[in-house]
Write a protein that binds this ligand. Structure first.
Ligand code: 13P
Ligand code: SF4
Length: 301
């Protein structure tokens, strides 16, 4: 079907292993955006979440971008509505807005520069020190960038429901059990988790570290889908996922899985390719402003 339709399949590391195995390209959100900007294919099937498919469409407006399930949202993107950001900007005149890529096109249209977890530090470092900055929506990522750059960006109070829940207590227990292990955490994790981690970064940064390291054991605090690529590329190494905090009911939930990413199934990918639906459409007025901060990010990184 891909050959017939001149299509490529892009997948994020958090999608199920079966999808990663059939994808033409698997990457973090930065690599996926870059791929979307440069591909010659007429059709892209973006197996990830809705904002990732929107980013592909913004960068390649003439192409068909298919999103196997339009309900694949993102709790972080949901935590920042465009009308709330517009109001916040009005309350803070003179500030520039840095938005994490996990945002809707409407929020990006109100943004000066987009960042991903893979380039946030590099982009912020390039902005003149006297420029006042609002960073949103991920509080944990913004807080970390403030720490490493010495900036005092105003932070939006949003978070990812998966990354918020990794348990500090469980990491301490795992460190005791695997004293030689390297602890790796995504920058969306909360401060105390990052403070306990040896490697802090995007999904791609964690993968690269594990692949190049001569260590054998890694404690991993990010969405469990990444274990597929970690294990595929490092078959002799051991990866230990960090469990989430136990819920108040005492029942362990599977919150270290993003249910939105897991909405992508092989069947939905097949149907999307076959029918050319669901395809992403973005209001041209929003798209015109939303693409600028993404292009700026790509230039700056
Ligand atoms: P990456 O930028 O590391 O791909 O992360 C995207 C994401 O949604 C993390 O929850
Ligand atoms: Fe959004 Fe969190 Fe899922 Fe990433 S893991 S797509 S931030 S809900």
């Amino acid at each position: 079907l891909c050959n017939e339709k001149d299509a490529i399949i892009l997948a994020h590391y958090y999608t199920i292993g079966d999808i990663q195995d059939i994808a033409d390209f698997v990457g973090d959100s930065l690599a996926l955006a870059r791929k979307a900007a440069e591909t010659d294919a007429k059709v892209m099937v973006m197996c990830g979440v809705h904002f990732m498919a929107e980013t592909c469409k913004l960068l390649s407006p003439d192409k068909t971008v298919l999103c196997p399930d339009l309900n694949a949202g993102c709790s972080l993107a949901d935590s920042c509505k465009a009308e709330d950001l517009r109001k916040f900007k009005e309350e803070h005149p003179g500030y520039q807005v840095i938005s994490y890529v996990n945002t809707t096109a409407a929020v990006k249209a109100l943004t000066d520069v987009v960042v991903t977890s893979g380039n946030a530090e590099k982009v912020v470092d390039q902005l003149p020190e006297d420029v006042k900055l609002i960073f949103g929506p991920d509080y944990n990522l913004g807080n970390y960038i403030n720490e490493v750059t010495g900036r005092k960006m105003l932070l939006w109070n949003g978070s990812c429901h998966v990354h918020e829940r990794f348990s500090v207590k469980e990491i301490l227990k795992l460190k005791e059990r695997y004293p030689e292990a390297v602890v790796m955490a995504h920058l969306e994790c909360k401060g105390p988790v990052l403070a306990l981690s040896d490697v802090k970064g995007s999904t791609a940064a964690m993968l690269q570290y594990a692949q190049q390291s001569d260590k054998q054991q890694f404690i991993v605090a990010t969405e469990a889908g990444i274990l597929h690529e970690l294990q595929r590329t490092c078959p002799d190494k051991e990866f230990i996922p960090v469990p989430p905090e136990i819920s108040e009911s005492g029942l362990e939930c599977s919150c270290n899985e993003c249910q939105y990413m897991k909405m992508n199934t092989l069947e939905k990918v097949y149907n999307a390719l076959k029918t050319g639906q669901p395809a992403i459409e973005i209001d041209p007025e929003i798209a015109k402003d939303a693409v600028k901060p993404i292009e700026r990010m790509l230039q700056m990184s």
